[in-house]
Ligand binder design. Sequence first.
Ligand code: MN
Length: 248
Amino acid sequence: MPGSRLTLYNRKRDFGVTPEPPGRVGKSVGKKRRFVIQRHAATRLHFDLRLELDGVYKSWAVTKVPSLDPGTRRLAVEVEDHPLDYGTFEGTIPKGEYGGGTVQLWDQGTWRPQSTGDPERDLARGNLKVCFDGKRMHGGWALIRLRDREQGFRRTPRHNWLLIKENDEYAKPGDADALASETTSVKTGRTLEEIASRSRNVWHSNRSQTEPESAPKSRAASERAKKPARRKALVKPKPAAKKKLKKR
Ligand code: MN
């Protein structure tokens, strides 16, 4: 089933509330695979790395800014696959929703596996070496999955990986936070604050350009989102019961 890879993505989100795109497996454009990194001011600021692979974005939440120092490893927590539509998303996920906070497009471009083998297989084996051609990410990087016994205690059984810069001409040995000064959107030039204050006005989804929103679906979704309404529905049976009593 082509859509099943995004089931988890869809299950975590209420599209009547969040401006994020609904999960649909996409098609590649051109020969090169895309990547995106989104800077995400959620409970903690992190960097979401997404690599296009077979119609979805394989995704990791990197806990700190990617480091150009080959001696500095960044923890990258594997998260659910994201739709390719997510690659243009910049905006604010409402508080209380999954991933609530502002999302900024921090880098975008293309990537290729360094080996000639199948990147799916390399990912399954927990060792993928990639070459980035982005605006801030360049050259060779490694994604290495930690073994279970190295994971330590975690509440959720998520796979932890390390994102490590390779020692090439783009590396900056000893300068772990060289990219920390890059704090604007690579697409719109906006800061997180500017996105947060204006996201309602400026965010345009791909779907609104290509097709009208499915009205019944989104209405149902927004009704689901209205928690007070849901509470009212829960107490509704009471008046009905009273009426019955009066009739008797
Ligand atoms: Mn995130």
